[in-house]
Design a protein around this ligand. Structure first.
Ligand code: COA
Length: 249
């Protein structure tokens, strides 16, 4: 089974994290598959909307820390993450997420780019960037304060505390809490409704609400420069090693 499963249900494309044994940690190959799927959606008139799905109790634990460690110790960064972030930031078609369980790091910041986010009551979000010696990514340093105000964004992105589903809903990150057994069907049904609306009116309306995204792209690049430097820092190397060693015990 592929680590990312891309399927079509009518005019809806589903993109599912499928690496449950590693809590759906996202590898470079997985980023590329997701970026390709979102690019395909933009160019394909048969696809009206995409939905991000995970596994029971696991949306995703974010970037694979082994990949981070590889960069920290000299490997090339690769363009896959950038392609994915660009795709979620600038994609033309509605993007919906169904979050059951944990959504860590980019699993959380991805939600800031979604048009609709549904989650189960057992969902929780966390971005341990600073504890890993890193900085916020995915333009979250711009989008989170815009969405929820500075203090809540600071708590999420800098303090790195867990937001449970209820708190994330209050912060505006989640549209609605749906029981786990109905979560995916609900998200896909809403995506289907969107996908069957008049496409031109939908596209223009979405563009009006999202703005021209220049500021988002600029922030993506600014964060990315810091992030790349931080990945090679002693602070980050130490944090990745601590995670790996804990797991090795
Ligand atoms: N990268 C690589 N591997 C990861 C991972 C990640 N982001 N998250 C989890 N895994 C792996 C673990 O190493 C473990 O592998 P193993 O069974 O071969 O030892 C497996 O997934 C299960 O994870 P585990 O930590 O045992 O599950 P848990 O339920 O106790 O904890 C998390 C879940 C998500 C809280 C914990 O795994 C974690 O903190 N992961 C790192 C999250 C992170 O920092 N992401 C990057 C953010 S920028």
């Amino acid at each position: 089974m592929a680590d990312i499963e891309v399927e079509r249900v009518g005019r809806v494309q589903t993109i599912r994290f499928n690496r449950a044994d590693k809590k759906n940690a996202i590898t470079r190959a997985m980023y590329q598959t997701m970026a390709d799927a979102l690019t395909e959606a933009d160019g394909n008139e048969q696809i009206g909307a995409s939905v991000l799905l995970g596994q029971p109790e696991v949306f995703t634990s974010g970037n694979d820390l082994a990949d981070f460690m590889a960069v920290a110790t000299g490997a090339e960064h690769g363009g896959e993450v950038g392609e994915y972030l660009n795709a979620i930031a600038t994609g033309d078609k509605p993007l919906i997420a169904a979050v059951d369980g944990l959504a860590v790091g980019v699993g959380c910041t991805t939600l800031l780019h979604c048009d609709l986010v549904y989650a189960s009551p057992r969902a929780w979000l966390q971005t341990p960037f600073v504890d890993l010696g890193l900085v916020p990514e995915a333009a979250s340093s711009l989008l989170a304060p815009r969405l929820m105000g500075h203090q809540w964004a600071f708590e999420l992105l800098v303090l790195g505390d867990r937001f449970d589903a209820e708190r994330a809903e209050r912060a505006g990150l989640i549209n609605e809490l749906i029981r786990p057994e109905h979560l995916e069907s609900h998200a896909v049904a809403v995506a289907d409704r969107l996908a069957n609306k008049p496409p031109e009116a939908l596209a223009v309306s979405r563009q009006l609400l999202r703005g021209d995204r220049q500021d988002v792209i600029a922030r993506l690049h600014e964060e990315s420069e810091h992030f790349s430097q931080r990945l090679k820092s002693d602070e980050a190397r130490h944090a990745f090693m601590t995670f790996m060693q804990k797991k090795a015990k």
